[in-house]
Design a protein around this ligand. Sequence first.
Ligand code: SIN
Length: 536
Amino acid sequence: MLRLSLPSSSSPPIASTLRSLPLRTVAARQTFRNTIGLNVWYRMASTANTNVFGLKDPSLIKTQGFIDGKWVDARDGATIRVTNPATEEELGTVPEMGLAETQAAISAAGKAFETWGRTTAKSRHDILMKLYALMQENHDDLGRIITLENGKPLAEGKGENAYSSSFIEWYAEEAVRTYGEHIPSPFTNIRNVVIKQPVGVVSILTPWNFPSAMITRKLGAALAAGCTAVIKPPPETPFSALALTELARRAGVPDGVINVVTTQKNVGEVGREMCESKTVKKVSFTGSTPVAKMLYGMAASTLKKISIEAGGNAPFIVFDDADIDQAVDGAIACKFRGSGQTCVCANRIYVQSSVYADFASRLAQKVAGFKVGNGLDDKTTHGPLIHDRAIQKVQRHIDDAVSRGANVLVGGQRISTPGTFFSPTVLSEVPADALLNSEETFGPVAALTKFETEADVLEMANNTDVGLAGYFFSRDVGRVWRVAERLEVGMVGTNTGLISHATIPFGGVKESGIGYEGSHGIGEYMNQKLIAFGGI
Ligand code: SIN
């Protein structure tokens, strides 16, 4: 903390003294300017070394939360350190906010809803389309921020920005099509009309694996529907959320409509308020199943609407009638996207015995060719994991499988450089009772298990409490229908390892979630209201 006592009568000399101070950030300088002339103790708040980001527009880096249209620090000045997982270097800090800031954000969103909720769908469409255009214009910078804070290769970082902005575009187009209906009445003197209205203030809680897209997938729908929002981004990757908020402000989203509360240590009290406050009418969460259950319990106290996208543990099945090259490419795309850190990544790879050896050797050969490194290096195909805890989980799963008889075909250990890198791994002969087959690994490990019959593999694939995505490769059209119908998941990829788009209903069954996002998901942010016209 930097403390300065400023005599109010000497602004010009102080201003030049301040300019000469070794302040690291634009944000800090701005805050200094605000204090010139005030005889105050100044507290050094959140910072970022904007040079580290190397952006065309450094003003996209915001180091404060956003409440009621203002960039703000935590009330007690506490901060969270954000690091680049590829270098372990500090990117900057953001405020460690708590209950008071969350309540202020919710109250601002509640007030803003009174006007935003009554705007026309067309005006919301126009603002969202401006935001979409700004996300395109700032494509390189937004992709770079994602790569620096998450670690994914720059091509994937930019790919995420394209994916992320596609939700804004999609929901802008959905806003103007939230039609109601007329329902024929059984009575001659009554007419029934149903209209759709925004639910109100929405709490949005998102994970670090898609620092941008998991926000727009929710925020796009909320804004398009006429809702206002309080966003809690993850402490590992807050800068994408803050940059998006800045672009939304530039696009004309009014004060209070979007609020961002950054937090880490205080997440318990922040999360509880976001789920229990009576002003909040809906909670939308993407993250782990245990946290989803906790938030669901809290939201139940006021019977809020809820959307949950939780853990996956996706099965990926290769039948003996599959095109093996296509299956190998599908497995690579599906398993190693984001270094295995997506909820829809293949977690259990089941291969029919007659094609098992061929598939395993072709997959291992391709994985051995990956180039792991800093995402900013254009030769890098795969970046680091997010933090040490992620590395430890991956290692625990590999050690467990090996202790039960699995073979390491490629990889198997941490790469010992600065940064949280793990070598992409292929394991063969993974027994059905290995941890890898029962828990989501969330890392770059392809775990191959052999199977004999369609019935056996369906039993193994469905033997889990979760059901987000599932994949299989087969050229038998009858089997394609049968297996797709029998897999207990919300989304099936047949002969493809990639399914995600703004246009599809993204969501799971069992303990993988409630509701869906994308597609017609705007409906999850709206209430239906019947208006019965009598006396006709
Ligand atoms: C997730 O990992 O939660 C989302 C993945 C996707 O949208 O494809």
